[in-house]
Design a protein around this ligand. Structure first.
Ligand SMILES: Nc1ncnc2c1ncn2[C@@H]1O[C@H](COP(=O)(O)OP(=O)(O)OP(=O)(O)O)[C@@H](O)[C@H]1O
Ligand SMILES: [Mg+2]
Length: 469
């Protein structure tokens, strides 16, 4: 499509004030703008002239926004469509996105929100940006952010496209995926691509804190709410106001707290612990889980109503072993990152890449990142050879995700306690000490795992509830 065509916009709205205001904004930005009062008029105009963009209201007399969208797909497939929806029409917006609408704006919106959709950063600006490596870099929007997402896997590309389309809606997103698959990275990407990009992004790890602490972390408290509450504390919900709140490992939240979260999502207000009146909050919620939440619902450990509230737009990130084509790409990215951060390093020997590409990566992208970093240190500036990585790859990992069992020293004469302890410790070792991932493989929750570890005299290691940036 020529730049000339990209610069032409058809605004379709039956509200004249809205249409004229949009036309003035767009003209000031240098677009050629035409107006249509409804879908029928729009279709007539499209038949006569090609537009780069159609910005259309959804609810209009005669032909509405949905029908216009499907007619456009047929008649003018290169025209990009922005639908203007009212708050509360998220399910339809998601449906439309699947039909191929480019983007949504929730009324009322600001001129900047519209500009962000019309003028995504040009590819050549990307190279100047930190963290945006050369080569295939900079082509797609998901490589054009502060932390680029690297992939050439079709399923991943589809997911990223859907995330782009849903970013500017207020839809709650649930990201499911094994540990280390890039859930947090995707959440940050979504935030950066949304109209809230310049507002706060706050992350809370629901597995890192015991429940009572998690509650005050999320909701905050008033001075004197309990002994020790010597001053008012503002919770993460309030800190994330007007921005995005990431609830990491939401499946670890206990039932009582789940009920409170449900209330926040439904009422869009929170009650500080010891507070007398609710505080309104405007937040986009992204939840992640590395457990199968549906299973948790079935087992009665997760509220079904909350599950459906969170799953307005579900995303399942595939494990790395299901997107093997990404391994060389990611390995190279982490090698370059190492060079930037630490010291010069040689290239990968082809056999090294082959070895990496065969490993099943139970710890997914994070494990790959760790292995590449450690191998780069071992290579001391020279070519990274298979010998630099082979010791870092746990041979027992070959069994993970492949349905085979590894022998945890099971034989008559050993107690259940002993075998359990050994299985837990070996699983933990194979996950590089990552408790969330180990718990998932063991089929127990993180809390149980932590209790068992302290039973064995191994520290529980409580975090501060926040993921490091
Ligand atoms: N496609 C990708 N491109 C580049 N880097 C990636 C990609 N996916 C993941 N990473 C990197 O891998 C690491 C792990 O990703 P992230 O923390 O998002 O995973 P996660 O799914 O949230 O894991 P956990 O469940 O353990 O919290 C991060 O350093 C992230 O930047
Ligand atoms: Mg995470």
């Amino acid at each position: 499509m020529s730049p000339h065509e990209t610069g032409s916009v058809l605004v379709v709205d039956d509200e004249p004030e809205m249409a004229i205001a949009l036309r003035e904004t767009l003209r000031r930005d240098g677009y050629r703008v035409s107006l249509a009062q409804n879908g029928r008029e729009a279709i007539e105009k499209i038949a006569r002239e090609e537009y780069g963009w159609v910005i259309s209201d959804v609810r209009m007399p005669s032909v509405d926004g949905w029908e216009l969208l499907s007619r456009l797909k047929e008649k003018s497939p290169l025209t990009r469509v922005i639908l203007m929806t009212a708050y509360g029409t998220v399910p339809q917006a998601v449906a439309a996105m699947k039909q191929g609408a480019v983007n949504f704006l929730t009324k009322p919106f600001k001129a900047e929100d519209l500009r962000k959709i019309l003028e995504p950063p040009a590819p050549d600006q990307c190279e100047e940006k930190a963290g945006c490596a050369q080569g295939s870099g900079g082509r797609s929007p998901w490589e054009n952010v502060s932390r680029p997402i690297r992939t050439r896997n079709p399923a991943m590309v589809r997911i990223l496209g859907m995330i782009d389309a849903v970013a500017s809606t207020p839809a709650t997103i649930l990201i499911e995926g094994e540990s280390g698959t890039g859930k947090e990275l995707l959440a940050r990407y979504l935030h950066e691509r949304s109209t809230r990009a310049h507002r706060p992004f706050v992350a809370v790890n629901c597995a890192a804190l015991p429940d009572n602490l998690l509650e005050s972390e999320l909701f905050g408290y008033e001075k004197g709410a309990f002994s020790g509450a010597i001053a008012r504390k503002i919770g993460k919900f309030e800190l994330a106001h007007s921005g995005t709140l990431l609830l990491d490992e939401v499946g670890e939240m206990e039932l009582a707290l789940q009920a409170k979260l449900l209330r926040v999502i439904q009422e869009r207000e929170i009650d500080r612990v010891g507070g007398t009146r609710p505080v309104p909050v405007d937040i986009r919620i992204i939840a992640t889980t590395n457990r199968n939440l549906k299973e948790e619902v079935r087992a009665g450990r997760f509220r079904e109503d909350l599950y459906y509230r969170l799953r307005v737009f579900p995303v399942a990130l595939p494990p790395l072993r299901e997107r093997m084509e990404d391994i060389p790409l990611l390995a190279e990215r982490f090698r370059l990152a190492f060079e930037k951060e630490h010291m010069a390093v040689g290239p990968f020997a082809p056999e090294t890449i082959e070895l990496l590409a065969r490993h099943p990566w139970p710890g997914n992208v994070r494990e790959l990142e760790n292995v590449v970093t450690r191998a780069a240190f071992l290579a001391e500036g020279r070519t990274i050879l298979p010998s630099h990585v082979s010791d870092l790859l746990d041979p027992e990992a070959e069994n993970i995700g492949r349905g085979e069992e590894c022998d945890a020293g099971i034989r008559p004469g050993r107690s259940v306690w002993e075998v359990e302890r050994e299985l837990i410790l070996r699983t933990l070792a194979s996950c590089g000490g990552n408790k969330a991932q180990s718990a998932r493989l063991l089929g127990i929750n993180v809390r149980t795992l932590r209790n068992k570890l302290s039973e064995y005299g191994i520290g529980g290691g409580e975090g501060n509830g926040e993921e490091s940036a």
